[in-house]
Design a protein. Structure first.
Lengths: 190, 391, 374
């Protein structure tokens, strides 16, 4: 008798397994249709790096070399000279070897002025490995092409339709919960 | 200056050949795959009714004309088996996609309909070499043996009343003999590959297929005893009233399990355990030789469900809506019923493939020898007894 | 050249020496096992590792402690931030850094999320080894949801580089709590499906029950840890024995099984997923939505002293021994890979088993070679 019971248990278990699998036939798959539909990545996501310029075209980077120091993979190479008029430094060379980059965003964390940022361009591919060494013009161009980026100092910034840079609303900021909850707290207080 | 050329538009789009599935269109998928089933049906009608009618019209009825007609039918069946493999590979991939919460092939052809053509072209383009450690002649012949043994089953499958390639009254014995040959192909292929993994796979395959032939043969005997004939056409005819699955339920269950084992299908796909032996006995094959093993497997994936339908589900029986049996229209309708029933059973096999893991080989053997053979003998005795009483 | 190798014994024709090579779909990475087979039964087994050795420990000698953290991510690449925690804890101990309560809770939530992610990968690949092709796709979809949640907060999916000395690098995304709660509901709806497909399947029972039994004493002697150890009956979990982060404040159980066979290991990992869900739910209640996420860490790191800290990885006890020499770069970091200890039992378990049992056993030991070879 127990043999029959075992057989029945086994058949029932296989049947439930098959029903579980069959259920999925009626559900819509969650597959995204890349490359015809691009995924909407969060601005914090480090898919590539870029150097942001100010709106008037001047350089945000103060050439403090903190990103070069912070990088674990040592892919940032910066050369600078003193500014002949005024304070600070000017950039001679700012190369990032995007082939060796670990995409850890340590440089982004280290930057004090929100010049080097994370952008979401994950579709850079090339036939020649040596062209993956990005120079400063490429990095500026990447920032100009991007819609949104992130760095710790200014948070998430977006580029509006007419090309202006502005700080993104709290829903897009990591930690934006603090901003979103503020009115509620003030109401409670008062 | 920038090293990397920046494309004009904002993002780089990949241009693909073929259809842009920017969204999924379920109605298109259903349309395309029903079209495939109907195309298959049309091919069957053309082979079994069209070719004799053509030769009749040409007047080449007897003697060499008859031989020519049968030869044309065989060639068309060969093409049909290629089409079957094409459809079934695609059906497998799309069905697995559906069940696994993804889409199957989507790019070549509407809803991925032409994908297998490109797969076949790819296989043709591969280098078809014989490893240095392999035995050249056997290595080359093994896929042919496997394919022939699967393809030869077509000769006795009745698609409709009178629509059989070779009307014999010993169809069942022919069937047993021919399907056993496939074990040879697998063994020869694996052993001659000069590769230890292929050897392990081939020995497992041989042992498995030989063990499962016995319950298979016993089930065939039970069906033959119940129907009173060894000819497949008559077995189908005898199911006019009630389908064989009702009186012969135990042999039916055993036949399904034994078919899965003959097909080396999950849960018995030990010989080609993909995650253990990579491809088992056909690991050294590439290009067209591999395509023949593949073709053989998918042709059998069609033929064994077809045999389940023939033996247990009434073959081509179905409501005729007043048509005269024996005419072309009736034959076409009956072959449509046959096609649909076979499609249902192929779907069940694919469903099993998607769900279950595989058994270990000694568990397989234990199951065959200790469980299935006694049950099959019991089913045989029961069938004989029932025939005695009820017929 | 390795001195441990398996030579065919001259004169014996019944034993076949096969190489289950580094390129194999079922070895979960690059493991090479040289197996002596008599028919289907394994008589000798010699594992070879080192195919994924990437010099972690030497590289880390030339990087500062914050730069070491992205490198540790790459060890057990399936578990994401779990690898970062031992180094972070050790250096925090040596420097005396205070970690705010909320940061500890955030770290623990991520830790448990990655435990679920790692066990989902294990489940998919274990079933793939056994032959079922469907659960793999289901578990990877669930894992995609977790990786999406992690990406919104931490920036990267698999290798997030999110923990840092004193807490975490950036604050949570506003949607975090809702996303995680939704994910847990989704997972709890899916778990019965996984039970039907994996735990209750009679074929899985036939393949795993009684296979690869690891007795308790042997497990302890070989340095096994994690679910493998708990499936052999030893109730040792670093989260209970040497608690860290927010674990003292949450209630959870340690699933243990007395059997020690492969099915027990499957079962223990399943139960761990449930326990992780429980922990995350408690922490979602407890974690304040706003607050500090990082404590004060000194700008110039001067670390001296030695420290060993261990955490409970998805695979076992992942430990790190940090030796500081007063500068901001470690003198030596030694990682104790969890799966490395688990692999020690391969000769014990393989010998005497059939070949396909070996595959099932290996999948239940769940090695990840980034951690083993480093």
């Amino acid at each position: 008798m127990s043999l029959l019971q075992e057989v029945w248990q086994a058949v029932k278990a296989i049947g439930t397994g098959m029903a579980t699998v069959h259920k999925r036939v009626y559900e819509e798959p969650p597959t995204e249709f890349y490359p015809y539909v691009l995924p909407d990545l969060p601005p914090v996501s480090v898919q590539s790096l870029a150097l942001v310029e100010n709106e008037d075209g001047s350089e945000r980077c103060i050439v403090c070399l903190q990103c070069e120091r912070a990088c674990p993979a040592q892919v940032i190479t910066i050369e600078r000279h003193r500014n002949p008029e005024g304070k600070g430094f000017l950039i001679d060379r700012f190369d990032i070897d995007l082939a060796n980059c670990m995409y850890c965003a340590a440089c982004v964390e280290a930057c004090p002025v929100s010049s080097i940022v994370t952008i979401q361009d994950f579709e850079m591919s090339t036939y020649d490995l040596h062209t993956l060494k990005a120079d400063i013009d490429f990095l500026h161009e990447q920032a100009r092409r991007s819609r949104q980026w992130y760095s710790p100092k200014f948070g998430v910034e977006i580029r509006t339709e007419d090309g202006r840079i502005q700080k993104a609303p709290p829903e897009m900021q990591p930690g934006g919960l603090a901003e979103l909850l503020k009115p509620a707290e003030e109401e409670v207080d008062s | 200056m920038s090293y990397i050329p920046i494309p004009e538009d904002k993002h780089f789009r990949i241009k693909r050949i073929g259809y842009d599935p920017g969204r999924s269109r379920p109605w298109l998928e259903r349309l395309v795959y029903s079209l495939y089933v109907f195309a298959f049906w049309g091919f069957v009608v053309a082979t079994y009714a069209g070719v004799p009618a053509l030769f009749d019209w040409l007047g080449w009825d007897s003697g060499w004309g008859y031989v020519a007609m049968r030869a044309t039918q065989v060639v068309m069946l060969f093409l049909l088996s290629a089409v079957i493999a094409l459809m079934l590979i695609l059906a497998l991939r799309k069905y697995l996609g559906k069940v696994q919460e993804r889409y199957g092939p989507m790019h070549y052809g509407p809803a991925g309909g032409i994908q297998t053509v490109f797969d076949a072209l790819k296989l043709l383009g591969k280098e078809d070499f014989v490893p240095a450690a392999a035995d050249w002649l056997t290595f080359r012949l093994a896929p042919a043996v496997t394919f022939v043994s699967s393809f030869a089953i077509f000769a006795v499958v009745p698609f409709a009343s009178g629509w059989t390639l070779a009307e014999t009254n010993v169809g069942l014995i022919y069937l047993i003999a021919v399907s056993t040959l496939s074990a040879y192909g697998v063994l020869l292929g694996g052993v001659s590959s000069g590769n230890k993994w292929a050897l392990i796979g081939a020995l497992r395959a041989g042992a498995q297929m030989v063990s499962y032939e016995i319950p298979l043969a016993l089930v065939f005997l039970a069906v033959a005893v119940w129907s009173g004939s060894l000819s497949l056409g008559e077995i189908v005819d005898s199911q006019m009233g009630v389908w064989n699955v009702v009186p012969l339920f135990i042999p039916f269950v055993l036949y399904v399990i034994a078919s899965l084992a003959e097909l080396k299908h999950i849960p018995f796909d030990f010989p080609e355990a993909e995650s253990e032996l990579i491809a088992g006995y056909n690991v050294e094959y590439s290009g067209m030789s591999f395509a023949f093993f593949f073709l053989a497997e998918f042709v059998e994936l069609f033929l064994l469900p077809a045999l389940i339908v023939v033996f247990f589900f009434g073959g081509w029986h179905g409501p005729l809506f007043g048509l005269e049996p024996g005419t072309l229209a009736a034959g076409a309708l009956q072959s449509l019923y046959f096609t649909i029933k076979t499609a249902v059973w192929v779907w069940v096999f694919l469903w099993i493939r998607a769900t279950l893991p595989r058994y270990r080989d000694d568990q397989l053997m234990e199951f065959a020898w200790k469980a299935m053979i006694p049950l099959a003998l019991f089913g045989l005795v029961l069938a004989a007894y029932m025939r005695l009483i009820w017929r | 050249m390795s001195t441990i190798s398996l030579e065919p014994v001259p004169g014996r024709t019944d034993e076949m020496v096969v190489n289950m090579g580094p390129q194999h779909p079922a070895t979960h990475g690059v493991l090479r096992v040289v197996i002596g087979l008599e028919g289907e039964r394994i008589t000798r087994a010699v594992p070879h590792i080192g195919y994924l050795h990437r010099n972690h420990e030497k590289i880390e000698e030339a990087r500062s402690y914050t730069q070491v953290i992205p490198y540790t991510d790459r060890m057990d690449y399936v578990s994401g931030t779990q690898n970062e925690l031992p180094v972070v804890l050790a250096v925090e101990d040596l420097l005396g850094i205070e970690v705010p309560e909320r940061a500890k809770q955030i770290r623990t939530i991520f830790f448990e999320l990655f435990r679920i992610a790692s066990h989902l990968v294990w489940m998919g690949t274990a079933m793939l080894d056994l032959g079922a092709i469907t659960p793999f796709l289901y578990t990877f979809w669930d894992r995609e949801i977790i990786l999406g949640i992690v990406e919104k907060t931490a920036g990267a999916r698999m290798l997030p580089n999110y923990y840092t000395l004193g807490g975490v690098r950036r604050d949570l995304h506003p949607d975090f709590f809702k996303d995680v709660a939704d994910f847990l509901d989704h997972l709890e709806r899916r778990m019965p499906d996984y039970e039907h497909l994996v735990l209750e399947n009679p074929i899985v029972h036939a393949r795993t029950k009684g296979v690869g039994v690891l007795p308790k004493e042997r497990a302890i002697a070989r340095g096994v840890s994690g679910p493998v150890l708990r499936a052999s009956g030893v109730a040792y979990d670093v989260r209970k024995a040497f608690p860290y982060d927010a674990y003292p404040d949450v209630e959870f159980e340690i699933p243990t099984s007395p059997d020690g066979d492969t099915y027990a290991r499957f079962w223990v990992r399943f139960q761990e997923i449930y326990q992780s869900c429980k922990i995350i739910r408690q922490l979602l209640e407890k974690t304040p939505k706003v607050g500090p996420y990082k404590g004060k860490a000194p700008a110039r790191l001067r670390v001296s002293g030695e420290r060993y800290r261990a955490v409970e990885n998805s695979r076992g006890e992942l430990g790190v021994y940090v030796v500081g020499d007063g500068t901001d770069k470690p003198y030596r970091i030694k990682h104790r890979g969890a799966a490395f200890g688990n692999l020690q039992v391969i000769p014990d378990l393989f010998i005497g088993a059939k070949f396909s049992d070996a595959i099932a056993i290996l999948s239940s030991l769940d090695p990840v070679f980034g951690e083993i070879d480093r």
